[in-house]
Write a protein that binds this ligand. Structure first.
Ligand code: SF4
Length: 280
């Protein structure tokens, strides 16, 4: 009960800002960069790319029969009030940012700590209005300790720039902070152990919008499956507007899907008073 009370306390602390911005124009060259990146390159296996997520993680996971019947069905994966939450996990929920980052750097809560080179906490501004949440570190991210720095990361940067944001002014994090072996998807228990860090990061950053990149954050943040159906539809998490869209690694292999992702990102842009002007 004490754990549930603390989780409720965290939820109550989450706020969104409603500041409005003036309309801004998008540089068409930047948008072209986003659309062109990865084009005409030979298809590679997920692991050879060294990005954040293999294909299987960038689309909906294999659904259960019930899920197949209703792809938007809530799967109730996030168990923040589970009875098995270790006491030190609750401390994370009250930590200031620096302490939280230090704790993650030496975290051994789940098996992923055994194979990591560096924990990957986050990148960007702690005052960001726009937050991107991916799946977990890949090879390059594990080596550098920075999220989204591989090929998928380069595409994400182009996506951010196409939205007329600078990567430094948004906030980027993942569901798990340590690299799953062979770039596999995080297991449920790993995600559950790591989620309190991310929940506290969301609470501290207080973004106006969260963009979920792919099936894994969709599963663990919203408890939903079916990214290809759900993408482009506004959702809400703890009072924050959430836009699910496709993972950049998926877009690298499915160039035609970029137009769908761009539609999703334009919806996000509109909230910030930004819009793309074709003739600019
Ligand atoms: S993935 Fe998260 S919970 Fe697991 S060891 Fe790394 S920081 Fe800790």
């Amino acid at each position: 009960m004490q754990e549930r009370a603390l989780v409720r306390q965290i939820i109550e602390c989450l706020k969104i800002e409603s500041e409005q911005r003036n309309y801004a124009e998008i540089d068409p060259a930047v948008l072209r960069d986003f659309m062109q990146l990865g084009k005409k390159e030979p298809a590679k296996s997920a692991n050879s790319i060294g990005n954040q997520a293999p294909v299987r993680n960038s689309v909906a996971p294999a659904p259960s029969p019930a899920m197949a019947a209703n792809p938007s069905k809530e799967v109730n994966i996030v168990k923040a009030d589970t009875e098995n939450v270790p006491q030190d996990k609750l401390d994370v929920c009250r930590m200031p940012y620096e302490e939280l980052e230090k704790k993650a750097a030496v975290c051994t809560r789940c098996r992923l700590h055994k194979s990591r080179t560096n924990p990957v906490f986050a990148d960007g501004s702690r005052k960001a209005e726009l937050m991107f949440i991916g799946e977990g570190p890949g090879r390059d991210e594990d080596a550098q300790g920075i999220p989204f720095v591989g090929r998928a990361g380069q595409l994400l940067t182009k996506m951010i720039e196409a939205m007329q944001f600078d990567r430094k002014e948004v906030y980027i994090a993942n569901i798990v902070k340590c690299r799953p072996p062979e770039n596999r998807a995080p297991m449920d228990d790993e995600a559950e152990q790591c989620l309190p860090y991310l929940l506290r990061q969301i609470e501290l950053v207080q973004p106006k919008i969260i963009v979920l990149l792919g099936a894994v954050p969709l599963k663990y943040i919203l408890g939903l499956a079916g990214i290809t159906k759900i993408r482009g539809n506004w959702k809400e998490f703890k009072g924050i507007k959430v836009m699910p869209t496709l993972h950049p690694a998926y877009l690298l292999r499915n160039e035609a899907a970029k137009k769908d992702a761009w539609k999703d990102l334009q919806m996000v842009m509109s909230v910030f008073g930004k819009k793309y002007r074709k003739n600019s």
